[in-house]
Ligand binder design. Structure first.
Ligand SMILES: [Zn+2]
Length: 249
């Protein structure tokens, strides 16, 4: 068991995002790392704060979407979830498309996003994270014991090992889009997620429901590239580019 990441503090000029995570340790720690490293806007000129939404023993994919809708109210809502062995991924994407929750789907798992900070990756994983995890353990000494004895945290030396590598991770993740077996998927087709539009009185412009296919194609995959076929892939890079994080040195 690891302790909860530190609670973020809000200020007015910050962009405010609620990000729900399937996991209870890796993803919340990573989001805390983003707050610590980039949240003040010194490196990007775009201050932000992420409130991680998670629960002990984790959420299922659909639950991340429901939980973040509930918590975010009129602020930006994102959901991170993995392929793993889940069966209801399409339903989670459909719910997100209907309600305007941004999705960062990882296939097979969020661990792939961590690995991409160190190296490129490819080849079908069929929902198993074992191959990704093995490579991650070898990629940097800080991750040598990752997910051994239940320690999936991304704190201290592990967070430090990610520093300076955001651009590399984004590039490697984009290469997976462009290398998708579908053949018509291209990272250059991806749409940057803009901050939530607001009326003059500050209330949010309501989300116009989208088809799940179109919503899931905003990561650069073709409209008819099924989410479950994007093996391997991870959309976490879209959260970073949306926040103006394109380099970190
Ligand atoms: Zn694709």
């Amino acid at each position: 068991m690891t302790a909860a990441p530190p609670k973020p503090v809000e200020s007015r000029r910050q962009r405010v995002l609620y990000v729900a995570c399937e996991g209870e340790s890796t993803e919340p720690d990573y989001l805390a790392y983003l707050n610590q490293r980039f949240g003040d806007g010194e490196l990007t000129g775009e201050p932000f704060i992420i409130h991680a939404v998670w629960k002990k023993n984790g959420y299922k994919p659909e639950e991340t979407v429901a939980a973040v809708k509930d918590k975010a109210a009129e602020d930006e809502a994102w959901a991170l979830f993995d392929r793993d062995e889940h069966t209801r991924i399409p339903q989670a994407v459909a719910e997100a498309a209907a309600t305007g929750v941004e999705v960062c789907f990882s296939h097979p798992s969020f661990d792939l996003w961590l690995l991409l900070h160190f190296q490129a990756f490819g080849g079908r994983q069929s929902g198993s994270s074992n191959g990704v995890k093995e490579k991650l353990r070898k990629a940097d000494p800080a991750f040598a014991n990752f997910d051994k004895r239940g320690d999936k945290s991304v704190k201290g030396a592990r967070a430090k090992a990610l520093q300076g590598k955001a651009a590399k991770a984004i590039g490697n993740a984009q290469a997976l889009v462009s290398g998708c077996e579908h053949g018509a998927c291209k990272a250059a087709q991806a749409k940057r997620v803009q901050p939530k539009q607001r009326y003059e009185d500050g209330t949010a412009v309501p989300h116009a429901p989208k088809s799940p296919e179109r919503w899931a194609a905003r990561s650069g995959h073709a409209v008819d590239c099924r989410v479950l076929d994007r093996d391997p892939s991870t959309d976490v890079w879209r959260l970073l580019t949306s926040l103006g994080i394109t380099k970190d040195d």
